[in-house]
Design a binder for this molecule. Structure first.
Ligand code: ATP
Ligand code: MG
Length: 426
């Protein structure tokens, strides 16, 4: 019986990582996947493109965990040394795998390209190692056993778009978690993390089973529920229901749901459409919406009316709005004129507008940096307008503004009484 995988270590390989030119997102993603199946990541290591450094790290990590996963350094160039380092760690020579060589040739032939001689090394493996198919690149991965304890090592290429599918299809089926773990993530928007914690109360004590914790990203608070042992599905469902009861309409989804995907789902269910008119967010809202596959069914398009001139010429905001004695570009009047103008011109059923001061300059005592007006116009109801006061730097203000606009639309579509509760400053 091979040993169970209670713990894992992750090795990231590449000069670009140690020199700070690239961000190691693979470790984060892989750790999340491992935690999800019940394996505890106990170490992350990052080493440059150096054969000895990679070999030493592999041996050290294999002594510290039950399974090691590396990413990077499987390419065809002279600085790609993971293959050689694994062979050195295993004390085995590298030899060409004829079947892999065939696949490599076929990969290039299928794209009408001649295979560069340099790529030949990608068909090599230590003789007791096996190759892992890579449907999205030329470099196959490697799977081997290291050291006298026979610790399993998986070597994957560096690009995240190759790592992710390869983990799912080539690594995960070989993992043997020591215990059964079931997890669930419930997402909410409109409450701060501490307000969520307050509402959840005793659910969040460290002795509660299942374990309940929160994380926050871009204003979205995620409640993570984790159960160890058998009976996970029922225990998680019970806790999830309790969370939903305590948080109410702020909960917008779970698992892979995002604020944008859920909002689009609601639009599509109703065959409704949306347009956007953005000033301080410069297209962020449109980007969030169109990030979702299939968004064309509901998103008509939008305008980036950054200057007053564009607000007037493209969307019909009255020039008087910007006069010395007018309300100005950051005002209820301007946000409403933008949303109405966009609604008329787009023919969409809903139109969201955003105008505000993202900073760092441009604030005044009456309209400090972070002041943002959002309006939601609709064919079906009265226009809604909110003034928000977002804290933080420029990127934060813009991000919060775009997400709050989405949240306004979601509340309106879901018919939840939550809109009035959405955090605002008056
Ligand atoms: P390739 O066949 O593309 O050369 P490779 O296995 O040689 O793959 P690297 O050359 O090490 O991989 O990395 C290729 C790219 O993958 C890097 O430029 C970087 O953009 C990305 N990458 C590498 N490691 C990581 C990491 N740990 N996190 C996120 N991205 C990474
Ligand atoms: Mg490389």
């Amino acid at each position: 019986m091979p040993r169970a995988h209670a713990t894992a270590a992750i090795l990231s390989i590449g000069d670009e990582l140690t020199l700070g030119q690239g961000l190691d997102t693979n470790s984060q993603w892989l750790s999340q996947q491992l935690v999800g199946v019940g394996i505890v990541p106990v170490q992350h290591a990052t080493v440059p493109d150096d054969l000895n450094a990679i070999r030493d790290a592999m041996l050290r990590l294999a002594a510290a965990a039950d399974v090691v996963i590396s990413t990077g350094g499987l390419g065809p160039t002279a600085d790609d040394l993971t293959r050689q380092a694994l062979a050195a760690a295993m004390n085995e020579p590298l030899a060409e795998d004829p079947a892999a060589m065939e696949q490599l040739r076929a990969w290039f032939a299928g794209r009408g390209r001649r295979m560069p001689e340099a790529n030949r090394v990608q068909a090599q493996r230590p003789h007791s190692a096996s190759l892992l198919q890579n449907a999205f690149g030329t470099a196959p991965g490697l799977r081997a056993l290291l050291g006298s304890a026979g610790v399993e090592v998986f070597c994957l290429p560096g690009p995240p778009r190759e790592v992710r599918p390869m983990f799912e299809t080539q690594v995960r089926p070989h993992l043997r978690p020591a215990r059964e773990v079931t997890t669930r993530a419930v997402h909410m928007f409109g409450l701060g993390e501490s307000e969520v914690a307050e509402r959840l109360g005793d659910l969040m004590t460290r002795t509660h089973s299942p374990l309940v914790g929160t994380t926050v990203s871009g204003g979205v608070v995620t409640v993570r529920i984790r159960h160890e042992g058998p009976g996970g599905a029922a225990a998680i469902a019970e806790t999830e229901n309790a969370v939903r009861d305590l948080i109410g309409p702020y909960v917008f989804g779970a698992g892979v749901d995002t604020l944008a995907s859920v909002t689009l789902g609601l639009l599509r269910e109703r065959s409704h459409t949306v347009a956007v008119v953005e000033s301080c967010t410069g297209g962020l809202l449109g980007a969030l919406l169109t990030d979702v596959p299939g968004s064309s069914a509901a998103v008509r398009g939008g305008w980036i009316t950054y200057s007053n001139d564009f607000k007037t010429r493209l969307i019909g905001v009255p020039e008087s709005t910007f006069a010395a004695d007018g309300p100005g570009a950051v005002s209820r009047e301007c946000a409403q004129a933008m949303a109405r103008g966009g609604l008329e011109r787009s023919g969409a059923g809903w139109c969201l507008s955003i105008t505000g001061i993202a900073g760092p300059d441009g604030g005044t005592p009456e309209k400090p940096v972070g002041t943002v007006w959002i309006a939601l116009a609709s064919r079906h109801r009265e226009i809604e307008t909110r003034r928000f006061a977002f804290a933080g730097e420029r990127a934060n203000v813009r991000d919060w503004a775009a997400r709050s606009a989405l949240a306004m639309l979601r509340f309106a579509l879901a018919g939840a009484g939550g809109l009035k509760m959405l955090r605002q400053a008056e």
